[in-house]
Every structure is written in C-alpha cells, then in structure tokens.
Design a protein around this ligand. Structure first.
Ligand SMILES: [Zn+2]
Length: 179
C-alpha cells in the first residue's frame, strides 16, 4: 500500500466512522453491527499475536485499523449506554437491562413506574434493599406523624408480603433489546 493509498484508505475509514456516528445508536442495529465488527477485529488482533509474520505484513493496515478500533470502542460505549435501562436501584447501581423501544426503562421498570404511588415517597419494593428502605421510610412516617395508624398497619402488612415475595420474583428476564 503506497502512502497515498493509505491516506485515502484512512480518509475512507474516517468518513465511515462519522457516518456510523450519525446513526441513531439507541435504535440498536448500528450498535449490534459495530459489536460484530469489534469482535472480528479482536480476533484479528489475536491472530496477529499468534503469527508474527502476518504481523510484519500487516503493518500497512495497522495504523488504519488502530484508528478504527479506537472509534469502535467509543461508539460501542455510547451504544451500550443508549440501549440500557436507566433505572437506579436502591443500592445505587444502574439496572442495565435492555430498555424498551421509545422508553428510558426496561420492561419491568416501565411497569413498576406505572404502579408507584405518588404520595409518601415509598421506595420500590423490587429487591431486599428496597424492602428494607420501605420499612425505614414507614418508621419515619409513623414517628413524624405523617401517616395514620390504620394506613401504617396496612402498609406494614404489604411490606411484609413484599419481603416474603422478594426472593421469588424475577425482574431481570433475558429480554431482546429494543429494535
Ligand atoms: Zn430496568
């Protein structure tokens, strides 16, 4: 490959990357194709590690592929963030399940959001951390006289039911990402 050809090739790759960037990564298709390309590139790198002669021959394309690789890494990071549920769990970690089409949340958290009460600020009861926080919240509401005894009694019963259920529910199914 002559320096001119290499420059042209690099320019072509740059245009390709810019075009790929313009695509909507949140729609998934570009991100998935990019992921495949990225995996193929990693295999290629491993092949070069095993075969020093090929590595010597490949030096012409190394500069271009290195640039492409860095761009792919950046795009993949964007795609991963874009396609994941943004719900923050009680322990502060992000849900990370595939999100629903045209939603910032996964299937389970879209449903949970619909069922969350507006008053009292009770946390989600989806995991043991949430149940524990709900108990603490209820204690606070009772001590601060923000909830009447009858309602508190019913809430305590429901939180207890949630505590019994929490080990049996599964809100992290292997869903297909948004298409
Ligand atoms: Zn989620």
């Amino acid at each position: 490959m002559t320096p001119e050809e290499r420059a042209e090739h690099t320019e072509h790759m740059r245009e390709w990357s810019a075009k790929a960037n313009r695509e909507n990564w949140a729609e998934g298709e570009a991100g998935r194709l990019c992921e495949e390309l990225y995996r193929a590139y990693l295999k290629y790198q491993q092949y070069l590690e095993r075969n020093h002669f090929a590595k010597y021959q490949s030096q012409d394309v190394e500069a271009v592929s290195q640039q492409l690789y860095l761009q792919l890494q950046e795009n993949l990071a964007k795609a991963r963030v874009a396609e994941r549920c943004l719900h923050i769990k009680s322990n502060g970690s992000q849900c990370g399940s595939p999100r629903m089409k045209k939603s910032r949340l996964c299937f389970a958290h879209t449903r949970m959001k619909e069922t969350r009460p507006h008053a009292l600020g009770l946390p989600s009861l989806e995991d043991p951390n949430g149940v524990q926080l709900a108990i603490m919240k209820l204690v606070q509401l009772l001590i601060d006289d923000k909830v009447d005894a009858k309602k508190a009694g019913m809430l305590a019963y429901l939180i207890q039911t949630a505590a019994n259920n929490v080990g049996k529910v599964d809100f992290s199914p292997e869903e297909e990402p948004a298409k």
